[in-house]
Design a binder for this molecule. Structure first.
Ligand code: FPP
Length: 264
C-alpha cells in the first residue's frame, strides 16, 4: 500500500528533527535529526487562527436580519472547535469581535454580545469535559458586566484543560495589543488586561472572500501561512476544513531560509 507522506520539521533546541507523517494528522512514522535543515510545517497547524467573516452576507442572502447570520455562525464555531480538537490543533484563536465592530448598528452589537454570553454559559461544561481551555483576549472594560462575569467563570472552569486552548478575541485590536506589550507604553498606560502577544500563528484562515487581516494578530502572523476562502463562515463545513488542513500540510515553511540549506 502506498502511503502519501509529507515532511515535518520541528526545531528542537539546536537540533532539527525531521518527521515523515501522513498528511493532515500529527504523529511521526519516521524520525531523524539534522543540524542543517530549516524549520518547516508540521502536518497540523499548532496554532490555527480564524477570521470568521461572512455572517451578515449569509443572512442577507436569505432575506434575514444580519444577526441571524451570527446565530448561524455560532453553529460553525462549534463544528470548528470539535474538528480542531480532534485533528490535534494545540491552539485555536477565533476573531469574534474587533474593537472596530463597536461601530456597527446597536442591535447587531447587542445581539453579538448576547450570543457570546449565551454560548459561554451553555458551552463551558462541554469544553471542560473535552479538556479544552477557554481564554478570552481583548479589552474587557467596555463589555457588559454580566458578560465579563461569564468570561471569568468560563475561564476558571476550563483552566485545567490541556487538550487544546480555544482563544476567543472580543473587543480585540492587534495594534492595541502590540502597543500594550511595549514596556514604555505599558508603564504609561498601566498595561491593559487581556492585551498580550500570543504564540506565533501557523495558519491564518479568513472566510467570506475578503483578503485582509483587519487588525487581527498582526505580530503573531509574521510567518503564518495564509488561506482565504470564498465560503461564508456559516457555510463552512468539515470538507472545507479537510481541504484546508491538506493544503497546509503540503506547504513548505522556510522562515526566511532556503530549502535544503545543508546542500547549498
Ligand atoms: C464577521 O462577519 C463576523 C463577526 C463580526 C462576528 C463573529 C461571531 C460569530 C461567528 C458568532 C458566535 C461566536 C462565538 C465565539 C460564540 P460579518 O458580519 O462582518 O459578515 P459580512 O462581511 O458578511 O457582513
Amino acid at each position: 500500500m502506498q502511503v502519501m507522506q509529507v515532511m515535518q520539521v520541528t526545531q528542537v533546541t539546536q537540533v532539527t528533527q525531521v518527521t515523515l507523517v501522513t498528511p493532515g494528522r500529527r504523529g511521526g512514522a519516521f524520525l531523524w535529526s539534522s543540524h542543517f535543515m530549516t524549520q518547516s510545517a508540521s502536518a497540523v497547524p499548532t496554532h490555527l487562527a480564524m477570521i470568521m467573516d461572512g455572517n451578515g452576507r449569509w443572512a442577507e442572502q436569505r432575506g434575514r436580519p444580519r444577526w441571524m447570520g451570527h446565530v448561524a455562525g455560532a453553529h460553525t464555531v462549534r463544528r470548528v472547535v470539535e474538528y480542531a480538537a480532534r485533528a490535534g490543533v494545540d491552539q485555536l484563536t477565533l476573531y469574534a469581535f474587533s474593537s472596530d465592530n463597536w461601530n456597527r448598528p446597536v442591535v447587531e452589537v447587542s445581539t453579538l454580545l448576547e450570543l457570546f454570553d449565551t454560548h459561554l454559559r451553555t458551552q463551558t461544561a462541554k469544553l471542560a469535559a473535552q479538556g479544552i481551555r477557554l481564554q478570552v483576549i481583548g479589552r474587557r472594560d467596555r463589555l457588559p458586566l454580566a458578560l465579563r462575569g461569564a468570561i471569568n467563570a468560563a475561564e476558571a472552569r476550563t483552566a485545567a484543560g490541556r487538550r487544546m486552548t480555544l482563544r476567543v478575541a472580543i473587543d480585540y485590536s492587534s495594534r492595541a495589543a502590540i502597543l500594550a506589550s511595549l514596556p514604555a507604553a505599558s508603564a504609561v498606560r498601566g498595561g491593559s488586561a487581556g492585551e498580550t502577544l500570543l504564540p506565533p500563528v501557523d495558519l491564518l484562515v479568513r472566510t467570506g472572500g475578503e483578503r485582509r487581516l483587519s487588525d487581527f494578530l498582526l505580530w503573531e502572523c509574521a510567518y503564518a501561512e495564509l488561506a482565504f476562502l470564498d465560503v461564508l463562515w456559516p457555510d463552512l463545513r468539515v470538507g472545507d476544513l479537510d481541504a484546508l488542513f491538506a493544503d497546509y500540510a503540503a506547504r513548505e515553511r522556510r522562515f526566511g531560509a532556503i530549502p535544503h540549506q545543508a546542500s547549498a
